[in-house]
Write a protein that binds this ligand. Structure first.
Ligand code: RIB
Length: 309
């Protein structure tokens, strides 16, 4: 029985480094192509498993080499991949440009991720029994995300939603009411609250988090990149700084954060302590290239944490 269930996307990432992210209509030359397993769901699953928790992934890949490679990689990370469906057609693919400053821009061809349906949740309901946390993102059909959140809520499993990519049309209230912890980054928070992505002053951070909590979730963790994160919720309002590192690639840092957050909670850490643990894992991940390639093992994270304390 897995402690952490991840319902969501698997993509093969095709990433290229360039001096900067190209502007609209522009062509630029970049460096070598890096092909590596990604997808927000699978990255979170990889992080949960590599950081030492039992994890099971629900999602779909295509009947192709990318699908086989993604399942293999996740399985080697220690995640239960037996419930990942294989559907006719292509797997999800993400085209990623990473700038010299480590920032990225991503476009996803969803492929099999859009064939992950509520029936796939209903066929796997027993895996929610006894789990601690469900990790969700928004690269799958909304009805499937809602079905998974309902299954978790009915069994007392903590529902953690990464609202990425953030839909400009908003997130259905039905889903937000089922969420225990919402984890947007700054741009996602601005989209969801329909506000402009202005400079994040402490007052603005608090106001954004409070606005998001008003939409339904019990807690909001606003991910502020290299600065850290702000936890706002039921009984807490606290800023947790991130350790300083030399970032080479921020792809999947938010996913590593969520995977580690679920691990922290499943180990019995209080929410602020789980956020601190997740910040350390995310910071370490940005020192390596790629998505699942950059997920640290528990031993690497423990060494990193010891160096800091
Ligand atoms: O969050 C990073 C991920 O977003 C990448 O791995 C890519 O596949 C997209 O889903």
């Amino acid at each position: 029985m897995a402690k952490i269930i991840i319902a969501g996307s698997l993509n093969m990432d095709l990433a290229v480094r360039a001096e900067r992210i190209p502007a609209s209509g522009e062509t630029i030359l970049g460096g070598e192509l890096l092909e590596s397993p990604g997808g927000k769901g699978a990255n979170q699953a990889c992080a949960a498993a590599k950081l030492g928790s039992s994890a099971a992934m629900l999602g779909c890949v295509g009947e192709d080499d990318f699908g086989r490679a993604m399942r293999k990689n996740l399985s080697e990370a220690g995640c239960d991949v037996s419930r990942i469906g294989v559907r006719a057609g292509s797997s999800g693919v993400a085209l990623i440009c990473v700038s010299a400053r480590g920032e990225n821009a991503i476009v996803v061809a969803s492929g099999a991720n859009m064939k992950f349906l509520p029936e796939d949740i209903h066929a796997n309901l027993e895996c929610f029994d006894g789990a601690t946390a469900l990790l969700l993102q928004l690269e799958s059909p909304m009805e499937t995300v809602i079905a998974a959140a309902k299954a978790a809520r009915a069994r007392g499993v903590v529902v953690i939603l990464d609202p990425a990519p953030a839909p400009y049309s908003g997130i259905p209230s039905e889903l937000l009411q089922l969420v225990d912890i919402l984890t947007p980054n700054e741009s996602e928070a601005a989209i969801l609250t329909r506000t402009s992505p202005e400079k994040m002053t402490p007052d603005r951070v608090t106001a954004l988090a409070a606005n998001l909590c008003d939409l339904g979730p019990s807690n909001v963790i606003l991910k502020l990149g290299a600065r850290g994160c702000f936890l706002y919720g039921d009984d807490t309002s606290v800023f947790i700084p991130s350790p300083k590192v030399d970032a080479v690639d921020t792809t999947a840092a938010g996913d590593v954060f969520n995977g580690a957050l679920a691990v922290g909670l499943s180990e019995g850490k209080a929410l602020p302590d789980a956020c601190w643990f997740a910040s350390q894992a995310a910071a370490l991940s940005v020192t390596k290239r790629g998505a699942q390639n950059s997920v640290p093992s528990r031993a690497e994270l423990d060494r990193f944490i010891l160096r800091l304390t």
